[in-house]
Each structure stands twice: as structure tokens, then as C-alpha cells.
Design a protein around this ligand. Structure first.
Ligand code: C2E
Ligand code: CA
Ligand code: CA
Length: 417
């Protein structure tokens, strides 16, 4: 019979007394531990026996904790890291964010002096990457897989129907019921798998193909949606590029604007989808390119009944201004805050404030980047309306949407047909 191996914690702290304390607490929680007091020793131990957890002091004489984290990131370290230090929480939060941005997994932050209970809790934290539902698709594309794609290849892919919509569900935080789907473009390229948009949206924008791409995605997602969700309140959210907005809004006379508004309205009619079930997602920068013309365009879209969502809220420069000035009906809290809400006091404060701000302006609040059940229940506690993220459902093709709907325990009574 095989015995399960105890989890292993590697500690690095230049103060041996603190390292010892951490180690004793971790052992009492059933972990195996090893203490190191300097970076050389730490990296040797790391190589000899990769740990499940690392407790890392941020301030040490020979090398600071941020440098250690950068080095860990360059090794592709997957251990869950607990950052320890006596620095203020803002500095520690910033260090945690920098680590996460570099691809490290942060279990949490331990401010000194700390209690045994706090440390034990961090050591029992489920890995942040564990989804609530198994992933339904793999994004096989490795970074740079499409680095060589050019205008002709993209145009050919668009013509051949290889740029297709994938759908990521949004649910109501309170009831867990389906609220809608966000449409996310994928390039189907069999050897590479479904390639995500980071590899081709910028190319399409640069090469004048973005309006064609928007049209392909709009047409095929509306067709699917109109056929799949009739007589239902489920919504469909479509991303609009800054360029599509400014192309539609650029000319000062009203006709091009009318052209775009009429065009999307007609597409909705053809697919049997009422405009009130369609949400256009825009980022702050796209709404700002030509403020007067976009105000005109967006107002006309709202007058037709479409909803407008301010995407990636919290990352731009004039968020407040755009939020108040333009006729949005929804805000999406950027995933960089949501995915760290449970490990960073700053992020959780930002998420809470955005939800309060949104509600005080009468907007629906959506949190994106919800990767686990604990984050979802936090969002419910603070009154966030909707949630979207890998922990709820990955972006998937239409067949996988059907499977996902079937696998949901609360699907009975869900207003889908
Ligand atoms: P976005 O509008 O912010 O879309 C959300 C992105 O977050 C998607 O990336 C989605 O896969 C990812 N995501 C969702 N949940 C999680 C999570 O729990 N954790 C993490 N780490 N990521 C999550 P994706 O599909 O790669 O799309 C990237 C961006 O490309 C989108 O960002 C959007 O700005 C753009 N995009 C996608 N489809 C279209 C399109 O049809 N037209 C235009 N103009 N832009 C598009
Ligand atoms: Ca979006
Ligand atoms: Ca977003």
C-alpha cells in the first residue's frame, strides 16, 4: 500500500528564530520542513527536493525577496509561496502582485508578527489554480505559436471559417444560475489547438481586418445564440475593438454611426435575438478615442436596447470619467483584482469599492477571473451580481456549452429554452 507523502515546506528567512517558529508550526500541521537562512542555501535545497510550499522573507541582507521571486519565476517554480515580512501590507501586496504577474502561485501573505493559526490557514489553502469544474478545452497554443502569422494567413482563416466564437458562461453570484455568455474569438488551427485572441486580434487591428473579424464573430455567435436560447433571459456579450468603435463613430455626420447601429440591429433580427439580450463590451481606451463620436454611437446603441459593459474596469486612466459620461449598463471588474482578492487586502478593497461604485450608479457588476469557489462566495458576500472565470467554466465551443449546461446541478428550471 502506498503512503501519501507529507507536503514539504521550504523556509528562507535570515532570522533563524523566525524560520524555526514557522517550521515548528508547519510541522504541527503535518508538513515536512527545511530551513535555510541565505539564498545560496535556499536554491540548493530547492533543486535537491522541490517543495510544495515556500515561506519567503521579503527583506534579507544578501538578496531581497523580490529578486528571489524573480529567480523562482525564471525556474518555472510551481510551489505555493507564502510571503513573510514586517513591511506594511501595501508593500507586501505589491510584491505578491509582482510575483503573480511573473507566473508564481501565491498562497498568501504573512505579516510579522503572525499567529500560528494564520500560518496554518495559509498552509491549508487549496491551490488557486484548482477549478471547481474540470476544464473543458485546452488552449494548446504556446506563446509565440502564431508569431509568424501574417495578414494573408489571417484573411484566409477568416474566409475559411477558422476564426470561430467560443463561449464563456457568466453566472449569478447569489443563485449560481446561468446569466449569459461572453463570446471570445478562437483561431482553429488543428496542430496548435484553439489559438487565443492575444495572438491575432492585434494583427487584425493592425492589418485592417478587425471589422471583418468582428462581423464574422457577430454573425456566427448571434446565429448560435438565437437558435440555442429562445424565450430566455440569458444574454450574449460581444467584445468590440477600439478600432471598430472609432471606425463606426469616426465620421462626424451621423450616417456611419447609423450604419453600424442599423447593421447590428439587423443581424439581431435575422437571428431572432432581442437587442436587450446583447451586451457590447468595450474597454475604457476604446471609448476614449473620439469621445464625442463614441458618445453618439453608444447612446444610439442603448436607445436600440443593447447593453454596454465597461470591460477591464480599474486598469485604465480615466475610468471614473468614462463611467459617468458614457451610457454603460454594466462594469466588469478586471480579473487582476478578482483573482487576487483572497490573498491581497488591496485587491479585495478594490473589488468591493468597484462593486459599491457600480451599484451606486445603478450598474450591474460582473467579476471576471473567478478561479475558485471561495472567490465566488466572497463576491456573493460583497453583493457582486455576476461572476465569470475558469472556476465556473472555461471558454468553450457550442458542443461543450451543451455538456456544461447538462453537468450543472441547478440546471432544472434554468430559463434556457
Ligand atoms: P477580455 O474581454 O478581458 O476577455 C476575458 C479574458 O479572460 C479571456 O481571454 C478569457 O479566456 C480570460 N479568462 C476568463 N476567465 C479567466 C480566469 O478565471 N482566469 C484567467 N487567467 N483568465 C480568464 P481570451 O479569450 O484569451 O481573450 C483575450 C482578449 O481578447 C479578451 O479579453 C478581449 O479583449 C479580446 N477578444 C476576444 N475575443 C474578441 C473578439 O471577438 N473581438 C475583439 N475585438 N476582441 C476580442
Ligand atoms: Ca470582454
Ligand atoms: Ca475583461
Amino acid at each position: 500500500m502506498s503512503e501519501t507523502k507529507p507536503l514539504r515546506l521550504l523556509v528562507i528567512d535570515d532570522d533563524p528564530a523566525i524560520a524555526q517558529t514557522i517550521s515548528v508550526i508547519a510541522r504541527s500541521a503535518g508538513l515536512e520542513t527545511e530551513i535555510t537562512c541565505a539564498p545560496d542555501e535556499f536554491f540548493r535545497a530547492l533543486e535537491a527536493r522541490p517543495p510544495d510550499f515556500i515561506a519567503l522573507d521579503l527583506v534579507m541582507p544578501q538578496m531581497d525577496g523580490v529578486e528571489v521571486m524573480l529567480k523562482l519565476a525564471s525556474f518555472g517554480c510551481r510551489a505555493r509561496i507564502i510571503i513573510t515580512s514586517g513591511l506594511g501590507s501595501r508593500v507586501m501586496d505589491a510584491a505578491g502582485r509582482s510575483a503573480t504577474e511573473n507566473g508564481l502561485v501565491i498562497a498568501g501573505i504573512l505579516a510579522k508578527p503572525f499567529s500560528a493559526g494564520t500560518l496554518r490557514k495559509l498552509l491549508s489553502v487549496e491551490p488557486k489554480t484548482a477549478p471547481m469544474a474540470p476544464p473543458t478545452v485546452t488552449l494548446a497554443a504556446s506563446a509565440g505559436a502564431l508569431a509568424m502569422a501574417d495578414r494573408d494567413e489571417l484573411r484566409e482563416a477568416l474566409r475559411a471559417g477558422k476564426i470561430v466564437p467560443y463561449y464563456q458562461p457568466k453566472i449569478k453570484c447569489r443563485s449560481g444560475r446561468l446569466s449569459g455568455f461572453e463570446v471570445l474569438a478562437r483561431w482553429l488551427d488543428p496542430p496548435r489547438g484553439p489559438v487565443p485572441p492575444d495572438h491575432f486580434i492585434a494583427l487584425a487591428e493592425r492589418e485592417g481586418l478587425i471589422d471583418l473579424l468582428s462581423e464574422v464573430i457577430l454573425e456566427s455567435s448571434l446565429k448560435w445564440f438565437g437558435a440555442r436560447f429562445t424565450n430566455s433571459d440569458v444574454s450574449l456579450a460581444i467584445n468590440l475593438s477600439a478600432i471598430t468603435i472609432s471606425n463606426a463613430a469616426a465620421a462626424r455626420d451621423a450616417s456611419p454611426v447609423a450604419g453600424f447601429v442599423e447593421h447590428v440591429t439587423r443581424r439581431c433580427e435575422e437571428s431572432g435575438v432581442e437587442p436587450r439580450r446583447v451586451v457590447f463590451e468595450l474597454t475604457e481606451s476604446s471609448a476614449m478615442r473620439d469621445p464625442a463620436a463614441s458618445l453618439n454611437l453608444l447612446t444610439r446603441l442603448r436607445m436600440k436596447g443593447f447593453h454596454l459593459s465597461l470591460d477591464d474596469f480599474g486598469t485604465g486612466y480615466s475610468s471614473m470619467l468614462q463611467l459617468v459620461r458614457l451610457p454603460f449598463s454594466e462594469i466588469k471588474v478586471d480579473r487582476s483584482f478578482v483573482s487576487t482578492a483572497l490573498v491581497s487586502e488591496e485587491s479585495s478593497a478594490v473589488v468591493r469599492s468597484i462593486v459599491d461604485l457600480g451599484h451606486s450608479l445603478g450598474l450591474t457588476c460582473v467579476a471576471e477571473g473567478v478561479e475558485d469557489a471561495r472567490t465566488l462566495s466572497y463576491l456573493n458576500e460583497i453583493g457582486c451580481d455576476l461572476a465569470q472565470g475558469f472556476g465556473i467554466g472555461r471558454p468553450m465551443d457550442s458542443d461543450a456549452v451543451d455538456e456544461w449546461m447538462q453537468s450543472r446541478p441547478w440546471r432544472r428550471g434554468e430559463n434556457e429554452h
